[in-house]
Write a protein that binds this ligand. Structure first.
Ligand SMILES: [Fe+2]
Ligand SMILES: [Fe+2]
Length: 330
């Protein structure tokens, strides 16, 4: 009798469930309101007929870490910042391919249900399509103004197919990580740096404005998926998330090598082999910080992940990340 009474006391009442559902719908609704209010146009608001200012850095030092390479001539530090900034835009274009497809798929779950959630996800998919177009335009503009030889290595469709082969739980974890670091980078380094190329800086200001809503939606969808799956599926989700981080790291290793080689080829003069190796290591450390470590270190990411996984699963994720974190910390 005692146990029946206590379990009845623990079960949420019908009205509690209804008010929780209402609160969730209101969170989706707020992203729609903000999305409508801040919506921007690629040409009218962001590019406005401008070109990149190649006399200035693109990515701030806090992210590019080029200021750690004291032997690099100032012009080559600037070039390395611009190349990292070019890759930064291309990486967003890359991940937005899979994020857009996944968002459309998640929207299907709401198709005959919460129409507010459906609208929020449709808007997010639409924004990611616009962002991809923006980043394609930027790559074409960068190619016009910068020395030839740069190559962005990963193919968006190949990466999307590989990512989307993993469980939705893991894909949403990776996506929340990405959409949180997008905001963190803007707030912590890009916004406050007055010396960056104005167009590059504006791109990431406008991008940040729309990504803030995406992170809210990622979290809502991740929690919804988490509530739906079994403990065994979550355990598989943790393994998939670790695999996805490994796949991201493989892409970063490939692109860091390509970018470091390109910069060394077009630099103001020939650097010694030991200096070239230091540039290659710096670029990989910077990319691992930008695309993996800065996201998982975001407090919100840790809070949500901590609520969804067991302490043992958290430890497993921490162990998988440890070598990357160690390299970033130098
Ligand atoms: Fe985006
Ligand atoms: Fe996004």
């Amino acid at each position: 009798m005692q146990s029946i009474q206590s379990s009845a006391a623990q079960a949420p009442s019908h009205s509690a469930l209804q008010s929780a559902a209402l609160a969730t719908t209101q969170r989706y609704a707020r992203t729609i309101e903000t999305s409508k209010r801040i919506r921007w146009d690629i040409d009218g608001d962001v590019i406005r007929g401008r070109r990149f200012d190649l006399s200035r850095k693109f990515l701030p030092d806090g992210l590019s870490r080029v200021d750690e390479l004291g032997f690099l001539a100032p012009a080559d530090q600037r070039l390395l910042s611009q190349v990292q900034g070019r890759t930064y835009a291309n990486i967003f274009g890359l991940v937005e391919r899979y994020i857009g497809v996944k968002t459309l798929e998640l929207g299907q779950d709401h198709a005959f249900g919460d129409q507010v959630a459906l609208e929020a996800l449709v808007r997010m998919a639409d924004e990611e399509l616009k962002h991809q177009e923006l980043f394609r335009r930027l790559e074409a503009m960068a190619a016009e103004g910068m020395p030839t030889g740069y190559a962005f290595k990963p193919d968006p469709n190949d990466v999307a197919a590989a990512v989307l082969g993993k469980s939705t739980w893991a894909v949403l974890g990776l996506t929340l990580d990405i959409e949180l670091f997008t905001q963190a980078h803007y707030r912590s380094s890009i916004e406050s740096d007055a010396d960056l190329c104005p167009l590059w800086k504006d791109v990431f200001r406008f991008h940040w404005m729309e990504e803030s809503q995406h992170a809210v939606l990622d979290e809502l969808e991740w929690r919804r998926e988490d509530a739906r799956i079994s403990a065994a599926e979550r355990e598989q989700g943790v393994s998939d998330l670790i695999d996805l981080v490994g796949a991201v790291d493989a892409i970063l290793q490939m692109q860091a090598r390509a970018d470091a080689e390109y910069v060394m080829q077009v630099a103001s003069h020939r650097y010694a082999p030991s200096e070239q190796a230091a540039v290659a290591d710096l670029v990989l450390r910077a990319y691992r910080f930008q695309y993996i470590v800065s996201g998982v270190q975001e407090p919100r990411f840790g809070e949500v992940l901590g609520e969804l996984v067991t302490p043992a699963q958290m430890e497993r994720i921490g162990r998988a990340l440890a070598p990357i974190v160690k390299h970033v910390q130098g």
